[in-house]
Design a protein around this ligand. Structure first.
Ligand SMILES: [Fe+2]
Length: 424
């Protein structure tokens, strides 16, 4: 797992020169070389020092500590050259693999049991890969030459019943998981929740539907926006999703080095929470809560249990969903016929992260593990939860219970949404 994770990291950075790696392309993002050093030092902390010495349940001190060095200052750090950084990554990895030879994965130690800490470190690298892709999409200078290795399956250019909804019958469902082999602390514990019946979009909101919102004056109509959303809009002065451009021939959009006409059948991407919320109000709907989202993705009303993935319990693959980065873009909705949940929601895993209306907080009985700075530090009303992963998410870092979070104004992330409605 560790070797495969590293191969992917190196594939992604392959087209970058030293300047590309060291530039801070946007104040929101780290220089890519920082991500590389951070990946290696996180691995050193958890897979060497914390397995032997007293466990430091914190992020590692120094240059690669994300709290000591917030993103906006990372461009000013004395970061190593790629050659130096690669040497350090390899030196750390050699010690990690040496330590792994004597690791007892049946140990009572919760870190080692079932290889949890190894899965955590691999997952951390996967997640930083997606962060790096956000940076590369923002890259200054020549666009990033994306190593496109996955061809998206074809799908009809017209979405049948755009905006169609499916019904969730309501009742008692389970949310979250008790898994301790790969799940993060914020996904635990599994707990019962009673839901009212609700309706939810069968597909993520498409570019076509979003274009209708724009053309109906969505960005000029105060009534569709929350107070905070309108305030954001007045400051941001945008009129379309990030990376959309209006030209003589209509709207186009860019993913890395590929520019295309905005395809009405693809899910809208690079919208913030405020835009999603405004669209939903315009459409006479609302955003789902994260419990509704998870129930719609996982709950099998016939079996009376939650699935790990919409299609069942087998992990995500590139045959099942648009995940794993190398497609470098979204697929038309309906392109993955097996990516459907028991109640009939398509595309809940992959393509775009989906905004929910929920603040990020701990489930009842939440216990921070193994360090507060992964989740607990971010609990509160500042962040909104996103679900389902995107095309830029590695399969090992997504499942129905996986919770992502971000500020409601963020749109450099690969974010879209689907709407819900309460039953009248
Ligand atoms: Fe990290």
């Amino acid at each position: 797992m560790l070797e495969e994770a590293r191969e992917r990291t190196l594939l992604l950075i392959g087209p970058l020169n030293e300047q590309d790696l060291h530039l801070q392309h946007d104040s929101l993002m780290s220089p890519v070389i920082w991500d590389l050093g951070h990946i290696a030092h996180f691995e050193e902390l958890w897979l060497t020092r914390n397995l032997d010495g007293p466990v430091e349940f914190v992020e590692m001190p120094g240059m690669y500590n994300p709290f000591e060095n917030p993103r906006r200052v990372r461009g000013t750090l004395a970061l190593p050259t790629l050659t130096e950084c690669r040497a350090e990554m390899e030196e750390i990895r050699a010690r990690v693999l040496e330590r792994l030879r004597s690791a007892d994965l049946e140990d009572g130690n919760k870190l080692l049991r079932d290889g949890y800490v190894y899965a955590m470190v691999a997952q951390h690298e996967y997640q930083h890969n997606e962060t790096i892709l956000q940076t590369l999409q923002l890259k200054s200078g020549e666009p990033y030459r994306a190593p496109r290795r996955i061809r998206l399956p074809s799908a009809p250019a017209v979405v049948p019943n755009d905006g169609a909804m499916v019904r969730f019958p309501g009742g008692r469902v389970t949310i979250g998981t008790d898994d301790r082999t790969e799940a993060y602390d914020n996904e635990r514990p599994r707990h019962a929740v009673a839901l009212e019946p609700f309706w939810i979009d069968a597909h993520p909101v498409t570019n076509g539907a979003y274009l209708a919102f724009i053309e109906a004056g969505g960005y000029e109509t105060r009534a569709w926006w929350s107070a905070a959303g309108w305030q954001w809009l007045e400051d941001a002065r945008v009129q379309a999703p990030k990376y959309w451009q209006r030209g003589a021939g209509g709207w186009s959009t860019r993913s890395m080095d590929f520019v295309e006409h905005v395809d009405p059948a693809k899910p809208v991407c690079h919208v913030c929470y405020y835009e999603a919320d405004a669209f939903a109000r315009w459409a006479g709907k609302r955003l789902p809560t994260e419990n509704e989202w998870e129930a719609a993705a996982s709950w099998d009303p016939v079996a009376g249990r939650a699935r790990f993935y919409p299609w069942g319990d087998e992990p995500a693959t590139t045959e099942l969903a648009n995940v794993d980065q190398l497609s470098f873009g979204t697929a038309r909705v309906g392109a993955y016929s097996r990516n459907v949940s028991p109640i009939g929601c398509y595309g809940m895993i992959g393509d775009v992260w989906e905004w929910t209306s929920s603040d990020f907080s701990g489930y009842p009985g939440f216990v921070s593990y193994p360090y507060r700075e992964y989740s607990e530090t971010f609990f509160g009303n500042e962040y909104k939860v996103l679900r389902g992963g995107s095309w830029a998410t590695r399969p090992g870092a997504i499942r129905n219970t996986f919770r992502n979070w971000d500020y409601p104004m963020r749109r450099q992330i690969f974010s879209g949404f689907r709407c819900a409605r309460s039953e009248p």
